[in-house]
Ligand binder design. Structure first.
Ligand SMILES: Nc1nc2c(ncn2[C@@H]2O[C@H](COP(=O)(O)OP(=O)(O)OP(=O)(O)O)[C@@H](O)[C@H]2O)c(=O)[nH]1
Ligand SMILES: [Mg+2]
Length: 390
């Protein structure tokens, strides 16, 4: 697959900051980079060329962010479906990077994924989860979003808890520095994911295997990356650096994972012997007493001449696979089969709807179907202009 059929889209403030670090990597120029936000400042800081900006909800938000309001985020995206269709045409794989917990990305991601799904684009979503100190509610909303609206549509969801940052950094590390470091780590992982999904692999870890680990599974992920000079010491140097990665959360994360993928990217001169040596070390790092999936893969890239990048993605499953349809149950219709079961003319019973005391739309969880909010009137969702005759 040619790399420009892979688009990497940053969504919201965190996404834009991460992609800004990504643009600093030599290899970034191979991919089509897009930045989406309602906040014009975030787009300006993304490092993505202006022609690839998608400023969502111009009229609704007037160039500002959504201030943590995910309904506003969803509305900002609701009218941009046509634009997204145009921007994404010709794309085979879409990789989205964002931080959950704010308004624009948390509310808007399902809309973007819905458009991509209709266009049969394969999607992988790399999201950070809010810090515990940001409040329990933000974390809970983010978890629900993943489970109900992202997992059923996306091909892979990689959820990285931001708290892992603190587990590996000195307590006195300034917050801005901690974020910058994490953004750098995430941008390197983004490259590893894009390489695996792009199919430029020398062996193993192909696209199907990678998404097989993550598809429809609600999980927490941890990432470790290392960049070392190719040479005799490369394998052990890469492993040492990887284990000290701030987003990995320590070597025990690998042992506690249900599945681990290791991907290695080297220059065109990368020998099979070196690749094997590094990946053998990776397998040995995992305690053989634990039964888990291990996926190893290597790829060559001209921009990595003389260097080796090693990335580990440790996946911990939280529950069973999610069905590939929006969350059933709460909003689905139940059959009233008290007296007429088996009859094709069965009466459908309304679900037990929760009572929300603060009005209909305020602070409620939107009812989503294929990334569309069913609470938004059809004429708005379809972008129809109603002639008033004036
Ligand atoms: N790793 C990382 N996480 C970040 C960064 N900035 C913000 N976050 C996290 O991402 C979450 C969402 O923040 P933003 O991306 O700013 O939110 P947004 O989607 O732009 O939404 P609004 O600003 O409300 O419109 C926050 O709750 C933080 O947990 C960053 O630079 N790096
Ligand atoms: Mg923002």
């Amino acid at each position: 697959m040619s790399e420009n059929r892979i688009a990497i889209m940053a969504v919201g403030g965190a996404g834009c900051r991460i992609i800004q670090k990504f643009t600093a990597l030599d290899a970034a120029k191979k991919f089509r980079l897009l930045a989406l936000d309602s906040d014009i400042e975030a787009l300006r800081n993304s490092g993505v060329p202006e022609e690839n900006w998608i400023q969502a909800g111009r009229l609704l938000r007037s160039g500002r962010g959504c201030g943590g309001d995910l309904i506003a985020g969803q509305q900002a995206l609701a009218n941009e479906r046509k634009l997204l269709n145009t921007v994404l045409s010709g794309t085979d794989v879409l990789i989205i990077v964002a931080g959950l917990g704010g308004g624009l990305a948390t509310g808007g991601l399902p809309v973007i994924l819905g458009v991509a799904a209709k266009m049969h684009i394969t999607t992988a979503v790399l999201v950070t989860l809010p810090f515990a100190m940001e409040g329990f509610q933000r974390r809970q909303i983010s978890d629900e979003k993943i489970k109900n609206d992202l997992l059923p549509i996306a091909d892979a969801v990689i959820a990285l808890p931001n708290d892992l940052l603190f587990s590996a950094m000195e307590a006195e590390t300034p917050v801005a520095e901690a974020f910058a470091k994490s953004d750098e780590e995430i941008s390197r992982s983004l490259f590893a994911v894009a390489t695996v999904l792009g199919g430029a692999n020398l062996f193993n870890a192909d696209f199907a295997a990678f998404t097989g680990v993550l598809k429809r599974r609600h999980s927490l992920c941890a990432l470790g990356t290392a960049m070392v000079t190719d040479g005799d010491e490369a394998a052990s140097a890469a492993m040492d650096e990887l284990l000290a990665s701030p987003l990995l959360g320590g070597p025990e994360t690998l042992d506690n994972a249900d599945a681990v993928t290791f991907s290695l990217i080297g220059g065109p001169e990368l020998s099979m012997g070196r690749a094997r040596a590094v990946l053998d070390l990776c397998s040995r790092q995992i305690n053989p007493d634990f039964e888990k999936k291990i996926l190893l893969g290597a790829a060559a890239d001209t921009d990595f001449s003389g260097r080796i990048q090693l990335t580990a993605l440790a996946v911990r499953y939280l529950d069973n696979p999610v069905k590939s349809e929006p969350a059933a149950g709460k909003y689905s219709f139940r059959r009233n089969n008290a007296s007429r079961s088996g009859d094709s003319g069965e009466q459908l019973a309304l679900p037990n709807l929760d009572i929300v005391e603060k009005g209909i739309m305020e602070n409620t969880t939107p009812i989503m179907l294929d990334g569309e909010d069913l609470d938004v009137p059809t004429f708005i969702r379809r972008g129809l202009v109603i002639e008033t005759g004036k």
